[in-house]
Design a protein. Structure first.
Length: 231
């Protein structure tokens, strides 16, 4: 078993060495996955910091790689060959590797039964994080992931999702397409966001509410996402 992660909020400010050590592991993990030819996007705290709330602390942080279910074991092997220690983790959704005290989660099933698919890969965003460009999951997919995974053990996810909404420039048609994995949870987030005057189109709330009430006749969100205006 890997070492238990620590809560950075109870410690003093991070040192430059903390960040350097994390980034070294991040670079090695990405190099290993790319060398294996495995499609992936980065989710979790790194994506949240780049796409939503710009808050990130290397202490207690991990690397969250989202891969296809059929590629998970190959990804773990690639990390093992690159010198990482590995374990099966929780094999119904995540495998784990670690190096120098930093955990790398190889996730293949997110909350709400979300899986990495071609649409998600095509929408990945190449964004800067600590001086390197990384393939991040799209802000729309991350928003839905945070809403669905929010819970007692992950209280920050709610505010991270709100941070994504606050940044704006969302494809709301695609948000609603993904929201079918948890319509009530996403709806509750959007209503709360509206109560805080964040930019959520009223039609998105209306149509999501109709879905929660069981209205599916002529529902465009059961089909492939469309390219429409985002307002």
């Amino acid at each position: 078993m890997f070492a238990e992660r620590h809560d950075a909020t109870s410690q003093g400010p991070p040192s430059g060495r903390d960040e350097e050590r994390f980034l070294e592991v991040l670079d090695r993990a990405i190099d290993a996955i790319r060398s294996g030819g495995i499609p992936f996007v980065i989710i979790g705290g790194i994506a949240s910091a780049a796409l939503g709330r710009p808050r990130w602390d290397p202490r207690g942080a991990d690397v969250d790689l989202f891969v296809r279910a059929q590629d998970a074991e190959a990804a773990l092997r690639s990390l093992s060959e690159a010198g990482f220690g590995t374990e099966q983790g929780e094999p119904h959704w995540v495998l784990r590797a670690a190096l120098n005290g930093i955990t790398v989660d190889v996730i293949f099933r997110a909350a709400g039964d979300l899986y990495l698919d071609d649409e998600m890969l095509s929408r990945a965003e190449l964004r800067e994080f600590r001086g390197r460009e990384l393939p991040l999951v799209s802000r729309e997919d991350l928003l839905v992931m945070k809403a669905l995974a929010f819970g007692e053990e992950t209280p920050s996810y709610w505010h991270e999702a709100l941070g994504i909404i606050a940044r704006g420039e969302l494809d709301w048609d695609y948000v609603l397409y993904r929201a079918r994995h948890g319509t009530k949870r996403v709806l509750s987030l959007l209503v709360y966001a509206q109560s805080n005057d964040l930019p959520v189109p009223p039609r998105s709330v209306r149509e999501l509410f109709e879905l929660t009430e069981g209205g599916t006749e002529g529902d465009p969100w059961t089909e492939e996402p469309r390219t429409l205006p985002t307002t």
